[in-house]
Design a protein around this ligand. Structure first.
Ligand code: ADP
Ligand code: MG
Length: 382
């Protein structure tokens, strides 16, 4: 596993349950996945010696973090000799596309998947194009390395656009028209080497300040036609990428019910965490199965689910000077509450520390308990 965050940690849990041993490559000594893995190799993702060690030990390689250099994945996939080539999923080329919003948008256009009106701003001169007026007010997003709303700014005028571009360091960006969203959804698909694919049910997502806050499945506000269109688009994208592994596509739903693709994650996704507790096969087990060539069965959702993200902000409520863990017993006293903590050593605002999945026999009950849990943690209602 290249990458050592919480997604890697949950992959490790799923892989170990199936009897595999996992080596995590992550430079961070406090890596959440490294702590759970059979072995944590502490080195940079492009460290030649470390990659040689991965190649020596591993039977297959995956990643949980789209900013692992695609070249590292390519190198492992090719091997020092053909005999040393390793199965790598997702493929390096797919990861390279997802690493850059500009390439991702080009993929949407190429596959007839509607996306937000946008312009690629590769250099200063691109800011002069008259066509940019039609994209304001808009969101200026760095083409690479953005996550959880980081690396993006709302801009309403040309002057603000120029200032925001400079503030982001003058790096290549995408300017996107700000759309009026009725709601947001995402789809997780898993595709095997033979091209067969399965998917999780469509997930409805609520973001606060650009960070996922709540996921509900079944999706309360998503019409069947929109769900079907999202699935078809996700399958088309996976196919176009010759994808192997787990892929998540985020969509916006507009007021008229139409769908707009937002971005692709070449890995399990925060909005799919609920599947651990509410499906017979989780997104992480799907990642294990696609990587090792085990059969893919369509995941069956056996419970309604609501997922609440637990950000570091919760450690700083009531103005405490030192971070203080929330009183988990207050939410664990509620039925169907599953607490997942990622073992991060330090709580920071806006940092994902864990999540709660609330499962129940029906969506109404899951929502009612989730609202009660949110209140007990001082989280806003939804
Ligand atoms: P990140 O990589 O940080 O997840 P996203 O591009 O997915 O960045 O943006 C995060 C959130 O910001 C989205 O889920 C959505 O709520 C909001 N957002 C992003 N782009 C737009 C847009 N063009 N119009 C309206 N809201 C947007
Ligand atoms: Mg996003």
């Amino acid at each position: 596993m290249l990458g050592g965050g919480q997604l890697g940690r949950m992959f490790v849990h799923a892989a170990q349950r199936l009897g595999y041993r996992v080596l995590v490559l992550d430079p961070d000594a406090a890596s959440p996945a490294g702590a759970a893995a059979d072995r944590h190799l502490r080195a940079a993702y492009d460290d030649a010696q470390a990659l040689a060690e991965v190649a020596r030990c591993a039977a297959a390689v995956t990643t949980e973090f789209e900013n692992v250099p695609a070249a590292a994945l390519r190198r492992l996939a090719q091997g020092a000799s053909p005999a040393a080539a390793l199965p790598v999923a997702p493929p390096a080329d797919a990861v390279a596309i997802c690493q850059q919003r500009a390439r991702e948008k080009a993929l949407f256009l190429r596959t007839d998947v509607p996306c937000a009106p946008h312009a690629v701003l590769a250099r200063a001169a691109d800011l002069d194009a008259a066509a940019l007026d039609a994209l304001l007010p808009g969101l200026l997003k760095t083409s690479s390395l953005g996550y959880d709303g980081k690396g993006q700014t709302t801009v309403t005028t040309r002057a603000e656009l120029a200032a925001a571009w400079r503030a982001l360091g003058g790096v290549p960006c995408v300017l996107e028209k700000r759309l009026e969203l009725a709601c947001e959804l995402s789809v997780v698909v898993a595709r095997g080497r033979d091209g067969a694919w399965v998917h999780l049910p469509v997930q409805q997502n609520l973001h606060r300040h650009g960070i996922l806050a709540v996921t509900q499945v079944p999706a309360p506000d998503v019409a069947a036609a929109a769900a079907a269109a999202a699935l078809a688009a996700a399958a088309r994208l996976a196919e176009a990428l010759s994808y192997v592994g787990v892929l998540c596509v985020e969509f916006f739903v507009l007021a008229d019910g139409s769908l707009v693709a937002n971005e692709i994650a070449p890995r399990p996704h925060n909005s799919g965490h609920w599947s651990i507790d509410a499906c017979d096969v989780s997104q992480f087990e799907l990642q294990v199965r696609t990587l090792t060539g085990l059969p893919l069965t369509p995941p069956r959702q056996h419970s309604a689910a609501v997922m609440l993200n637990l950000l570091g902000d919760l450690w700083f409520t009531r103005g405490a000077a030192a971070p203080q863990a929330p009183r988990w017993e207050r939410v664990l006293a509620l039925p169907g509450v599953h607490l997942h903590l990622y073992g991060k050593s330090e709580a920071r605002r806006a940092r994902k520390m864990g999540h709660l999945t609330i499962t129940a026999a029906d969506a109404g009950s899951a929502r009612a308990v989730a609202l009660e849990a949110a209140q007990r943690l001082d989280l806003p209602a939804f």
